[in-house]
Design a protein around this ligand. Structure first.
Ligand code: ADP
Length: 159
């Protein structure tokens, strides 16, 4: 059984992330979407909100499971018997960061492969930070994120 882990902040999950999850779910028998607690990075959505959004957005995928962690991704991968860490690549700007991350992961454990999937052209401009900015300026994001993200943003505003 080929198991992979797809780690990220998912603050919030976007259609770009979902596209990577869809494609990875065809390549692997099981995908764990692993949400980083990120104590160093201040997130807009809480960990609980991010987990809930990803769970709802991926509920139709039978081989996708959502987990969260504050551990090193390589350690999480080992515990889950995952042999691959999936990441998405958008522009060359992603490459620099991902290249460094891959080298660091290789230093820690040579048995886990990083697998990079190219963003679909139509989704390559979507990032969680642009979504948060669009929310601030009331830009319609309905074609960029799953509905649950908009619902949770709206209910957060009402609080
Ligand atoms: P991180 O803080 O770990 O970068 P993100 O949630 O921002 O977490 O991204 C998780 C992964 O998804 C990264 O590999 C990122 O490059 C990828 N990703 C983000 N947006 C897109 C997109 N629109 N298309 C493809 N991959 C993406």
């Amino acid at each position: 059984m080929k198991i992979a882990i797809y780690p990220g902040s998912f603050d919030p999950i976007t259609n770009g992330h979902l596209d990577i999850i869809l494609r990875a779910s065809k390549l692997f028998d099981k995908i764990y979407v692993c949400i980083a607690k990120n104590s160093s990075k201040q997130s807009f959505f809480s960990l609980e909100e991010r987990v809930k959004m990803v769970e709802i957005a991926t509920q139709d995928f039978e081989n996708v499971e959502v987990i969260s962690t504050d551990d090193l991704i390589v350690n999480v991968a080992k515990k889950l018997n995952a042999t691959a860490i999936v990441r998405g690549l958008r522009a060359v700007t992603d490459f620099e960061y991902e290249f460094q991350l891959a080298a660091a992961n290789e230093y820690i454990d040579q048995n886990i492969e990083m697998v990079f999937l190219m963003a679909s052209l139509s989704k390559s401009f979507i990032s969680s930070s642009s979504i948060k900015e669009f929310f601030t300026y009331n830009v319609d994001v309905s074609s960029l994120v799953p509905n649950i993200v908009i619902e949770m943003y709206n209910s957060k505003q009402k609080k």
